[in-house]
Design a protein around this ligand. Structure first.
Ligand code: 15L
Length: 281
């Protein structure tokens, strides 16, 4: 980012949501790479605080506390907040107000942000659709809607305040594929950690969108900013296809859409809309 005195990794990295599944993975793997991490979550860490890192409990809705913790940071990995489908009121504070606090802190600190968007920001596309980075967002619930909001907030802070972001539309970060849908959405731990490394090391990222999936031949997604970031996924779900063959639900709505089971939470359409209903053309 222009006007920044020090390279990003010469300053501490704030990691929110450090107690979550992805957060603890990143805490362990990035600290092992020598990163100076400021870890935070609403609850205590399930792992020992890695050497060289600090941990503080933090409520993302506390504007002053977010600012204090972000002081001096060059990068914010914002993995805090609600990470599954919930009623609107439960999503509102952590995911809408919380991400606003993160972007205000990034603006003050001239920090870069990694914002984990999600497959659920586009979860109401049919699985037969192949999406590019600039597709219309079609969230599959309030959680996905909060990810779409986060993407737009990031865009606003880039256009208006030059705060850089990498928006990673994460599929499924898992040690291994668990069902047939994951053959399209899976991203291995190693590919994911390498992507986060590139988000920090890339010279300039502007406001970039990355599809967060390994090099899966069944991917729902294609063009994004990976060349600009310098990331190439090395893993691939294809060799796990045999193991999960037939691992599907018996719900046609779940199996139709990219968002899978999140779609059916509070789903109330009585009809089964034709697939062309929302097509971009
Ligand atoms: C997500 O965004 C969730 O945070 C995660 O728990 C998974 O459900 C993932 O999407 C997915 O849909 O596989």
């Amino acid at each position: 980012m222009k006007g920044q005195e020090l390279p990003i990794l010469d300053r501490p990295v704030l990691l929110t949501g450090a107690a979550g599944t992805i957060g603890s993975l990143l805490a362990e793997r990035l600290s092992a790479l020598g990163w100076t991490l400021r870890l935070t979550d609403l609850v205590d860490l399930p792992i020992p605080v890695p050497t060289g890192s600090t941990f503080d409990r933090l409520d993302l809705e506390d504007f002053d506390a977010v600012h204090r913790l972000a002081e001096g940071c060059g990068l914010i990995l914002h993995f805090g907040g609600v990470s599954t489908e919930h009623p609107f009121e439960a999503v509102l504070g952590p995911n809408l107000r919380g991400v606003f606090h993160i972007y205000e802190a990034a603006r003050r600190q001239k920090a870069r942000v990694v914002f984990p968007s999600s497959v659920h920001a586009v979860g109401l596309y049919d699985r037969s659709a192949v999406l590019d980075q600039d597709c219309l967002l079609r969230p599959d619930g309030y959680y996905g809607l909060s990810k779409a909001y986060g993407e737009m907030l990031a865009r606003l802070y880039w256009d208006k305040h030059a705060v850089e972001s990498v928006l990673i539309r994460i599929g499924s970060v898992l040690p291994e594929v668990g069902d047939e849908r994951h053959l399209s959405t899976w991203i291995s731990h190693d590919d994911f950690v390498r992507l986060i490394q590139r988000c920090a090391e890339a010279g300039q990222v502007d406001c970039s969108v990355i599809w967060g999936a390994s090099n899966n031949s069944r991917s729902f997604w294609r063009h994004d900013a990976r060349r600009k970031i310098g990331w190439t996924p090395l893993d691939c779900s294809d060799d796990q296809a045999e193991r999960v063959r037939g691992k599907v639900t018996d719900d046609p709505v779940v199996e139709r859409y990219q968002g899978g089971k999140f779609v059916v939470d509070d789903y109330s359409r009585a009809d089964f809309p034709p697939s062309a209903m929302f097509d971009d053309d």
